[in-house]
Design a protein around this ligand. Structure first.
Ligand SMILES: *Cc1c(COP(=O)(O)O)cnc(C)c1O
Length: 360
């Protein structure tokens, strides 16, 4: 089946994930995470991050983020995040709901990244009892706009946050893509940079339905198991969520797949640069490409069956590559787009758009 560029969750699951699920399907095993696959998955995550940490599995990213934030906050606390953050724009109020009212405070910053001065501004904006008390900084790595925080940027943000008494949450739905782009150790962009809790993405990386909530700050994790259970996020057949984690992480498959997605986005970007009339919203750093297409091109691409989003970030079209996107997928999209752009140009030449009447 031809791939599309709507989202990395339009893809299927990796052969490693599927094989691990099949392997775990071998008779009976204790439920609710008290099984050998879950223990192995948690141990693998500790190995990969090179630290002792508490690990829990949830079914999706919205629940992971919402429950992690709810666990960090009391109801009168607030969470500082970028205006494009998934927790702000795409979780239907989940973080506010599960935290019983913690408000999100919206920070600015270029290219989807929180600017350190914005954290100071929001923390010091008010100190009175009427202002929801800032308690957490939430960062998304890679960002919703397809950019990546560098190690030094994260260290600075972590220091600013901790100096102001904030905890740091990281939405890592696409942290594998960020790691593949930065070529650094997972610890360097997480706990070594001050991240207290990471929501580690599995689904977009090619797993079936699971995200890991990783508490580097183990004190904060107390009773998180009860929160997951109450929220309906404790899988009874946990082994099937957990098994793919070991399979994907232990020999680096997660990073190979993420690197493929990044490479395909770079290939797509290099072809799009050659097409007249296409402008880039930012420099692609991971697996997405944000562009403005010539007027009229998007509907024609859709007619040919291509899928992509137009509502993310500051307008434009988001073209998202996945772990399984191939060079042929990219080239066949580019070929269709080039033909559409040529058609539109010749139609405009035959029938130029009306110019506004000039006075006199
Ligand atoms: C996809 C995504 C999530 C998780 O979304 P779910 O659909 O709830 O799994 C979280 N954060 C970011 C940045 C995402 O892109």
């Amino acid at each position: 089946m031809r791939k599309n560029f709507a989202s990395d969750n339009n893809s299927g699951i990796t052969p490693e994930s599927l094989a691990a699920i099949t392997e775990a399907n071998c008779g009976h095993s204790p439920a609710y995470g008290d099984d050998e696959w879950t223990k192995r998955a948690c141990a693998t995550i500790r190995d990969v991050f090179e630290t002792d940490c508490e690990v829990y599995f949830a079914f999706n990213g919205t629940a992971s983020n919402s429950l992690a934030l709810a666990h960090l906050c009391r109801s009168f606390h607030s969470v500082i995040c970028h205006s494009a953050a998934h927790i702000e724009t795409d979780e239907c109020g989940g973080p506010e709901f599960f935290s019983s009212g913690s408000k999100l405070l919206i920070a600015g910053g270029n290219n989807g990244k929180v600017c350190p001065s914005e954290i100071h501004r929001l923390v010091h904006l008010r100190h009175d009892i009427h202002y929801p008390r800032p308690h957490v900084l939430s960062l998304t790595q890679a960002t919703e706009l397809g950019t990546v925080y560098g190690i030094a940027e994260l260290q600075e943000l972590g220091t600013v946050a901790h100096d102001l008494g904030l905890r740091v949450h990281m939405d890592g739905a696409r942290i594998s893509n960020a790691l593949a782009s930065l070529c650094c150790a997972p610890k360097e962009i997480t706990w070594q940079a001050g991240v207290d809790v990471l929501c580690l993405g599995g689904t977009k990386n090619g797993m079936l339905a699971s995200e890991a909530v990783v508490f580097f700050n183990k004190e904060v994790a107390a009773e998180f198991d009860y929160r997951c259970k109450q929220a309906g996020q404790l899988a009874s057949k946990m082994r099937f969520l957990a098994a793919p984690w070991s399979a994907m992480l232990c020999d680096g498959a997660w990073l190979r797949y993420a690197a493929n997605a990044n490479r395909m986005a770079a290939l797509l970007a290099s072809h799009l640069r050659e097409i007249e009339g296409i402008t880039f919203l930012n420099e692609p750093q991971v697996n997405s490409v944000f562009v403005n297409l010539p007027p009229g091109a998007a509907p024609r691409l859709r007619t040919l069956g291509w899928r992509f989003y137009e509502f993310i970030g500051n307008g434009g079209v988001r073209l998202m590559c996945s772990w399984d996107t191939t060079q042929d997928d990219v080239l066949s999209f580019v070929k269709d787009l080039k033909e559409i752009v040529a058609q539109l140009r010749s139609e405009n030449e035959q029938n130029p758009p009306a110019h506004p009447a000039s006075p006199g």
